[in-house]
Write a protein that binds this ligand. Structure first.
Ligand SMILES: Nc1ncnc2c1ncn2[C@@H]1O[C@H](COP(=O)(O)OP(=O)(O)O)[C@@H](O)[C@H]1O
Ligand code: SF4
Ligand SMILES: [Mg+2]
Length: 409
């Protein structure tokens, strides 16, 4: 991207899963990832977004050599080693596991309840034989725990004693203790409260900068990605539909799917709320994807060619690619105010989140003064009320007189 060899370079990657046994005829195939090519630059915080089922996890797992690679290549180059990830031998795979790590999505399920925090963080070091003695293991565990804002007391406890945010910090310490060069964080903050999310994102960002790690940050939430990633790739039904530097993607999205995802982010500007481009319908099944553009079943701009021909990625700028037959004309048609109005202000995560200044509420309109009644209308109204009262009194007297007879019966 900037002339430097990317840490990860993916070319034509496909990951297919066969469904069930093939008895007669064709076996059903899930095309979870289809023909994706992209580069992840060294030191970048690279976001991968898309709805659930778009193939993000499978893509991340394939890069970590944890999903079967059906087609394509993944090159890893951190300056020390240069690997073809799809065809690693046993020894190189062991080394690659040390260099490329995963932070799990669910901090509750990821940590063994029977191990202390010290043992959880130390496990990768021990399994991979990265330390010579228990003393060295303890030193590295303590160092990494401190970086992740865990203290010595925490190391003696079991995971159940911790909150979701603290557990995620334990998971991060465990992933970082082997000093990896590349981290995949798959929906790592999705299970946490918003305030804890900010804390974990800040920690990830500062650790990445301090330790020089390259990050693949997988999320369905574009607003989280906007605040932490410097580059974003958007996936839909196993395909890459758009990729660009974060600011550019938010300021000038070109793919209708990206625009729909962006407009789903709640706007703080009340004048802007009506302009959301709704994403109707469900993502189709990857076992039976539609022909042509995979987004054609939900795209408001689909025309004949979209139903027959799959759009290829075209390069708009140095780092901006989009796969849509109509991106040029749709972008020209788009009023700039609509696009720019939807851009959330990207801010460094280290800055405190400033509360939006509430707009002064409009004064309630004074109640309209009631018109005084005309004298003849007033007299009629009083007569009507008196009649009503007389009827009510007569009914009550009749009921009282009838009561003894009713009791005697
Ligand atoms: N091991 C598997 N076997 C069969 N299908 C799978 C497997 N893993 C994922 N899939 C399917 O691949 C598609 C993409 O899944 P996934 O990568 O988890 O998407 P995302 O992370 O974007 O939600 C989904 O339809 C999912 O059901
Ligand atoms: S190729 Fe056609 S259907 Fe696909 S996103 Fe572009 S306009 Fe929509
Ligand atoms: Mg996923």
């Amino acid at each position: 991207m900037n002339g430097e060899t990317p840490l990860i370079s993916v070319k034509g990657l496909s990951v297919h899963f066969g469904l069930g046994r093939k008895l007669f005829g064709e076996q059903k195939v899930v095309r979870a990832v289809e023909n994706i090519s992209l580069d992840i630059p060294k030191g970048s915080f690279f976001g991968l977004v898309g709805e659930s089922g778009s193939g993000k996890t499978t893509f991340g797992r394939a890069i970590l050599q944890a999903a079967p690679i059906t087609k394509g290549t993944i090159a890893y180059n951190d300056g020390e080693v240069d690997y073809d990830v799809a065809s690693l031998g046993k020894l190189d795979l062991k080394d690659y596991r040390k260099r490329a790590q995963l932070i799990f999505q669910d901090p509750y399920a990821a940590l063994s309840p029977r191990m202390t925090v010290r043992d959880i963080i130390a496990e990768p070091l021990e399994v991979m034989g990265l330390t010579a003695s228990r003393k060295e293991t303890d030193r590295r565990v303590r160092e990494m725990a401190a970086k992740c804002r865990l203290n010595l007391e925490h190391l003696r406890r079991f995971p159940h004693a911790f909150s979701g945010g603290q557990r995620q910090r334990i998971s991060i310490a465990r992933a970082l203790v082997c000093q990896p060069k590349f981290l995949v964080a798959d929906e790592s903050v999705a299970a946490l409260d918003v305030s804890i999310q900010a804390d974990i994102l800040n920690l990830l960002k500062s650790l990445t900068e301090e330790l020089g790690i390259t990050f693949l940050f997988i999320s369905h939430d574009l607003s989280v990605v906007a605040h932490i990633c410097d580059h974003v790739a958007v996936m839909y039904l196993g395909r890459l539909v758009e990729t660009a530097p974060t600011r550019e993607l938010f300021a000038a999205p070109r793919h209708p799917y990206t625009k729909a995802l962006l407009s789903a982010i709640p706007s703080l500007d009340p004048d802007n709320r009506g302009q959301a481009q709704k994403l109707e319908g469900e993502i189709p099944s990857p076992t039976n994807p539609p022909p042509g553009c995979k987004f054609q079943t939900r795209c408001p701009h689909a025309i004949d060619i979209c139903r027959t021909e799959e759009p290829m990625l075209s390069q708009l700028g140095v780092e901006h690619d989009v796969a849509c037959h109509r991106w040029e004309e749709l972008f020209e048609d788009q009023a700039p105010s609509i696009v720019s109005a939807q851009v959330p202000e990207a801010r460094p995560v280290s800055e405190p989140v400033s509360e939006p200044v509430p707009k002064p509420k409009p004064e309630p309109a004074p109640a309209a003064e009631e018109e005084p009644m005309a004298p003849e209308v007033l007299a009629n109204e009083l007569a009507r009320m008196r009649r009503k009262n007389r009827i009510a009194i007569a009914v009550s007297i009749f009921a009282l007189l009838a009561l003894p007879f009713a009791c005697a019966m």
